[in-house]
Design a protein around this ligand. Structure first.
Ligand SMILES: [Ca+2]
Length: 154
């Protein structure tokens, strides 16, 4: 029965293709290096593209180290001492660079519960805003933040 044999051949071929595909995925993952496969760890090789209404906060300057995505109107960013970065460390006074989606606004505060000095990073409406270094001594200072739409940054 030719039909049956052909089906069998096609099935074997499909299995082989799948095996090859999975194999290459595994090799590719190994080649991309340690760390890049871990959630919350930035990869220098693949710069983040931030959705229009979100922000991304980074542990180190130039978008390095752990990263924390911030979504519009989420209240949990009121106390970064309670937001885990990795292991027993938290995000309080850790942020050193940020990316701002084109339609987003970041309001970052020196203290928890949106208190103390505040600085704004407003999206420009046309493209992602990247701030590899936080100016005016805001490095390792942010303890709470809000994400808003760029037209509602208050
Ligand atoms: Ca602080």
């Amino acid at each position: 029965m030719n039909g049956t044999r052909n089906d069998g051949n096609r099935s074997a071929f499909s299995r082989w293709s799948l095996l090859t595909f999975v194999c290459c995925l595994a090799v590719g993952g190994a080649l991309s290096g340690p760390g890049s496969a871990l959630p919350g760890v930035a990869s220098a090789q693949t710069p983040d593209v931030v959705p229009a209404n979100t922000v991304m906060l980074y542990q180190h300057q130039n978008f390095g180290g752990a990263k924390l995505e911030g979504f519009t109107d989420v209240e949990e960013y009121k106390d970064l001492t309670k937001m885990t970065m990795s292991g027993s460390t938290n995000w309080n006074d850790k942020v050193s660079s940020v990316k701002i989606g084109k339609d987003a606004c970041l309001m970052a505060y020196q203290d928890i519960n949106f208190k103390g000095s505040m600085t704004r990073y407003i999206g420009n409406g046309s493209s992602q805003r990247n701030e590899p270094v936080l100016p005016n001594s805001w490095n390792d200072r942010i303890s709470s933040f809000k994400v808003k739409g760029r037209g509602n940054c208050q």
